[in-house]
Design a binder for this molecule. Structure first.
Ligand code: SF4
Ligand code: SF4
Length: 425
C-alpha cells in the first residue's frame, strides 16, 4: 500500500468514529477573533452596539493573505477587545450576544463547470474559508497559484490520534466533499482529482467512491502518522517530492483538507460563510463526539455540551495529541482551525535524559532529517549550524520525540531553533 518513509504508529484511540455529527445549540455569547488564519488579521467592520445578522461580516480582510470573519449568531456587538485565543494567547475579537437556534443554511444550486475560476475564488474569499485541517491558510490564496497545477488532492487521512471529525465529514457529507473538490479543480485548472484516505476508514472511502461516480480517484493509504502531512501525501499519491523550502504548487499540486472542500461547496453553492465547523471532543468527557460548533463558542461551553469533565483531567489540547496546542484556559473560543479538543489525564512528567545516539529519531523522521543534530546544536546554542542542517524543513510532526528513548522534547528544541534562525536573518 502507498505511503512514505519513516513515521510512527501511535495508538489511534478513535473512540468517536461512530458518533455522527451533532449540531450544537449556539451559546448566548460568541467571541469571534479577528485573526483565525495564517496571514494578516482582519479589521473590524462593525461597531460596538450594532445589531448583526447571522452570517454578517464582523471583520474585513484587507491584505491578500487574510480572511474575513463572520458572526454565527444574530445579536448585538457587545465589545471589540482583546480576548484569550487558543493559538495566539490573546487577540482582538468581536463579542456578539444574542443566540437562538442554528437552522440549516438554505441550500443553493451550482454547476461547477458553469462558473469562472475567478468567481469561485471570489466567493471562497468572501466566505472567509481557510484550511480546516489546522494550519488555517486562506483557501482563496491557495486557489490563486502562480504556477500551473495538474492535480488537486483532498486530504482525508486524519492521521492524528483521537480526531474523527474528517472521518465523519467524509461519511456524512461525501457529495459535498466531491463537489468541493471539483470546484477547487475548476478554480486552479487541474484535470486530476484525488482523495487520499488512510486504509482504516473503508466506509468513508466507499461513501466517497459512490458520490464521485468514478470522476476522482479515492486512494487507500497506509495507516501511519504523519500520513496526512502535505508532503507525505504528495509523495505517497504521486511519488513527487516537494523541494526544500518549496510548496505543493512547485510540483503542480494543490492540497485541501476534506472539511475545507465542504466549506468551499457551502461558500460557492450556498453563499454560506464559514461560521461553524465540526470539532471532535474526546478524552475524559461524559459524551465524547463530533459536534458541529458555531465559531466563537467558548471551550467551556462545548465541554458542558459534551457531558462535562470526568475525574483526573489535567491537560486540554486543541487539535491532536501529536501536533496540538496545550491550552491554559477554557475561556478560549473555537476558531476555524479547531479540529478537536482533547481532555486528557495527567501524563507522567517526562524526565529528559541524555542522547544515547540510538538514531531512532533519524530512522523515523518522515522528512529524512537529523533531529539529534537539532537537539545538539540548540543545546550548544550553535544557531549558525541549524539552518544548514535543514531545520526549516521540519514539519514539527513530533515523530522523533515520540520514539526517543531518552524522552528528549525534541520538538521543543526544534521550535526554539527555528525562532533563533528566523531572528538572526
Ligand atoms: S525532525 Fe521534524 S519532521 Fe522530523 S520527525 Fe522530528 S518533528 Fe517530524
Ligand atoms: S532518538 Fe533520542 S536518544 Fe536516540 S539519537 Fe535521537 S535524540 Fe538521541
Amino acid at each position: 500500500m502507498r505511503s512514505f518513509r519513516g513515521g510512527v504508529h501511535p495508538p489511534y484511540n478513535k473512540a468517536t468514529q461512530d458518533r455522527p455529527i451533532e449540531r450544537v445549540s449556539p451559546p448566548e455569547r460568541v467571541v469571534v477573533p479577528l485573526s483565525q488564519h495564517t496571514g494578516a488579521p482582519c479589521e473590524p467592520s462593525v461597531e460596538k452596539g450594532q445589531e448583526v445578522e447571522r452570517g454578517q461580516k464582523l471583520g474585513e480582510a484587507k491584505a491578500f493573505i487574510s480572511a474575513p470573519v463572520h458572526t454565527p449568531i444574530s445579536g448585538v456587538v457587545k465589545e471589540i477587545a482583546p480576548h484569550p485565543h487558543p493559538v495566539l494567547g490573546e487577540a482582538l475579537a468581536v463579542v456578539v450576544e444574542g443566540g437562538g437556534e442554528m437552522e440549516d443554511w438554505p441550500r443553493g444550486d451550482v454547476d461547477p463547470d458553469s462558473l469562472e475560476p475567478e468567481e469561485i475564488r471570489m466567493r471562497v474569499r468572501e466566505a472567509g474559508v481557510v484550511g480546516l485541517g489546522g494550519a488555517a491558510f486562506p483557501t482563496a490564496v491557495k486557489l490563486s497559484p502562480p504556477k500551473s497545477i495538474d492535480t488537486v488532492i483532498l486530504n482525508g487521512c486524519e492521521c492524528e490520534p483521537y480526531l474523527t471529525a474528517d472521518h465523519r465529514t467524509m461519511l456524512e457529507r461525501a457529495e459535498d466533499c466531491i463537489l468541493g473538490l471539483r470546484l477547487v479543480m475548476r478554480a486552479v485548472g487541474a484535470e486530476r482529482g484525488m482523495i487520499g484516505v488512510e486504509a482504516n476508514k473503508p466506509d468513508a472511502m466507499e461513501a466517497l467512491r459512490r458520490a464521485s461516480d468514478g470522476e476522482v480517484e479515492v486512494v487507500p493509504l497506509k495507516v501511519k502518522y504523519p500520513q496526512g502531512a502535505e508532503k507525505m501525501l504528495i509523495k505517497a499519491l504521486l511519488d513527487r517530492e516537494v523541494p526544500t523550502g518549496g510548496l505543493p504548487m512547485d510540483v503542480g499540486v494543490v492540497v485541501q483538507n476534506v472539511g475545507t472542500a465542504v466549506a468551499v461547496t457551502e461558500a460557492v453553492r450556498d453563499g454560506k460563510p464559514l461560521i461553524e465547523r465540526v470539532v471532535t471532543v474526546a478524552g475524559e468527557v461524559g459524551r465524547p463526539g463530533n459536534y458541529l460548533v458555531p465559531i466563537g463558542t467558548p471551550f467551556s461551553y462545548l465541554m458542558e455540551v459534551a457531558g462535562g469533565l470526568k475525574e483526573g483531567v489535567s491537560q486540554v489540547v486543541m487539535g491532536g495529541p501529536m501536533m496540538g496546542i496545550a491550552q491554559r484556559s477554557l475561556d478560549v473560543p473555537v476558531v476555524k482551525g479547531t479540529s478537536g479538543i482533547l481532555f486528557l489525564r495527567e501524563v507522567p512528567p517526562a524526565e529528559e535524559g541524555n542522547c544515547i545516539r540510538c538514531a531512532r529519531c533519524v530512522d523515523h523522521c518522515p522528512m529524512e532529517l537529523m533531529p539529534t543534530l537539532f537537539v545538539k546544536f540548540a543545546k550548544g546554542e550553535r544557531w549558525d549550524l541549524l539552518e544548514s542542517a535543514h531545520i526549516m524543513d521540519c514539519i514539527e510532526c513530533g515523530s522523533c520525540a515520540y520514539v526517543c528513548p531518552a524522552r528528549i522534547p525534541i520538538v521543543h528544541y526544534i521550535k526554539l531553533g527555528k525562532l533563533k534562525v528566523r531572528s538572526l536573518k
